[in-house]
Design a protein around this ligand. Sequence first.
Ligand code: CMX
Ligand code: CO
Length: 143
Amino acid sequence: LFTCIDHVAYACPDADEAAKFYIETFGWHEIHREENPDQGILEIMMAPAAELTPDMTQVQMISPISETSTTAKWLEKNNGRAGLHHMAWRVDDIDAVSATLRERGVRLLYDEPRVGTGGNRINFMHPKSGRGVLIELTQYPKN
Ligand code: CMX
Ligand code: CO
């Protein structure tokens, strides 16, 4: 059911600046960027190669674009310090995975998946269910 770690997310006040650092210092590539008003963030997907290959793990740079976003709250609680924020597992069928996880007592944040990066369907396991780690589930659009 789980394919791979789709991305690890880094929350910071300025995702653009963080992406620039990865490009200039590590030679990474910007794969995708978008503003997600539902999540209140700017997100930039970075990868070690210019083309995303199946199963490649990305780094997602996120920064708040709204003061009320959960990412703004997270940064505030972290005294403005950037750091690792969540990891995301790529899944084939988020509805089936969610149902199984719920059966097993895992707390998911949303009743139904919401729209994430590139139109993916996403949900999150609460950090209390993820042993202290916020875990995202992400399903790519089926073509
Ligand atoms: N990683 C680990 N633990 C976290 C956490 C994180 N990113 N964010 C919060 N927590 C912990 C807190 O430390 C706190 O623990 P204690 O109760 O032990 O102190 C607890 O969770 C509650 O935290 P809070 O600061 O009171 O925050 P909220 O309950 O208001 O919100 C959460 C927490 C997870 C529900 C909220 O951040 C959320 O809805 N996240 C999902 C959406 C999201 O992260 N969007 C950005 C990324 C979008 C994307 O990747 O596409
Ligand atoms: Co994410």
